[in-house]
Design a protein around this ligand. Sequence first.
Ligand SMILES: C[S@@+](CC[C@H](N)C(=O)[O-])C[C@H]1O[C@@H](n2cnc3c(N)ncnc32)[C@H](O)[C@@H]1O
Length: 488
Amino acid sequence: MDTPFSIAQWEPSKPQEAWETPPSESTVAGWIRSLNDQTTDIAAHPYHPNSWLDRAETLVKLRYPELAVGDAYKAVMMCKTLLTTLTRRPWYRLGYRTGFLMTDRDACSDSVAREEQTVQKQTYATLQKRAQDLIHEHLDYMPAHKRGRVILRQYPWIHERHLMRSDELVKSINRELAAATRTMRRRKCCVVKRFAFGRGVGARDGEDLLGVFATRDIAWGEHIVYDKSRVWGCNGSDSNEPISKYLPPDDLDAKLQWIRQKVGRFAANTIVRSRLLIRAVKDGAQHPLDHPLIARLTPTYCPDDYQSFDLEKDIAVMNQVLQQHGIDIFANLNWDTHVFFTLKARVSNNSWTTPQSETINSLFSLFNHSCAPNMEWQTQPDLRTIVMKATRDIERGEQLFVCYDGFVVDEPLEVRRQTFWKWINGPCQCSRCVREEEELSRSGGDSSPTESFASSNGEVVGGWDTEVKPVFPEDGFVLENGLVEPLD
Ligand SMILES: C[S@@+](CC[C@H](N)C(=O)[O-])C[C@H]1O[C@@H](n2cnc3c(N)ncnc32)[C@H](O)[C@@H]1O
């Protein structure tokens, strides 16, 4: 857990059921203190299975079953290793709470030490059983799946720097956008800016709601961005075939084949998340959430939406990928289980899928949605590249919008709203929805525009792809040299 947190910030992944008696504040405060102490203990003694199991039990009390399972899984891994090494010569024993295994040469000849080995074996076998029971208790076992259910939320201990995109990151995204336009031999035509839907709408009072804006007039039909993904996954047709017959093999391709074999036919999402973690390791990120490809992705947490978590896909594979790439998953807490689930929430809000594949295009993922978009996105046969093109003449200063799901664009407001809720977690703020909502409320429908579109200061906002565009003082275009060019 990255930083200490207060009871007010506590929002469990497994909410309290109506029939359960809520714990008292002092009880929760005690659990939070235990969590912090046990995390400190793990950092000091990362190879002691008991430390992980203790924390798993606290995480159960704090109602984070996915993280409890993650910690118990590590305890099981460690017990298995210890039990194997204990029965082999030369014998090993765990330096008492020192966090390393030592060869116990004396023990080979000493019958007292042999006895000690037996006691240790029993201890680890009991620990392993307790950890396995905890895992079983929080998963619904089916023949082929080991899954539980949670409502994913932002964990309260996440570092402040991982909750907001830095200015440095926004600048580097703008350099990438410029390069992606140059690839098409075009003049740079758009930048990413903050306050995409105005002040008060979105994260951090709007400051962390990014959107892409035209920096010059763009003609109807003009191709503006060529976005080739670095992170993609493919289901393929058979787990023994290469990850995809559609894609040229790259250095990771063959090496990730095992994920398909391990998790089965629908492996694309697991492969995408694995690739993101591998990119972060290979690029030398200290913490995966610092890596620019991950740091830029926003999650959407829907408070009423239960989703399943899977022992193999969400925990075991991620740990194995990290171990293969040299991360000590016990000692380096930057790569802890909660980071896997944070990544999962970010990927699900930003990827696009086909029956065969799942892809994150790191520029495309910065475009906001409109039910009356001015851009079209075309996927290419490699299932990795997106080309974006204007669907009408666009003026300098307009926000560039895509439609997240073209299949529902002709549906009525309510259907569109339900469809887009999973990405937006609120009503769509596009001009078409604003207009239709106003029409509905005028004709006596039950929609209430003030409720849906009120900003934090109570002002009604929305409809930023309308003809009249408000201009804020900070509304300037960030140039490649980092300077800001104000709007006319
Ligand atoms: C794929 S991201 C788009 C880029 C995002 N605005 C950002 O700051 O990184 C999707 C998120 O953008 C916001 N968003 C996109 N379209 C929106 C819309 N029409 N109305 C309200 N929020 C929108 C929602 O927060 C959504 O979860």
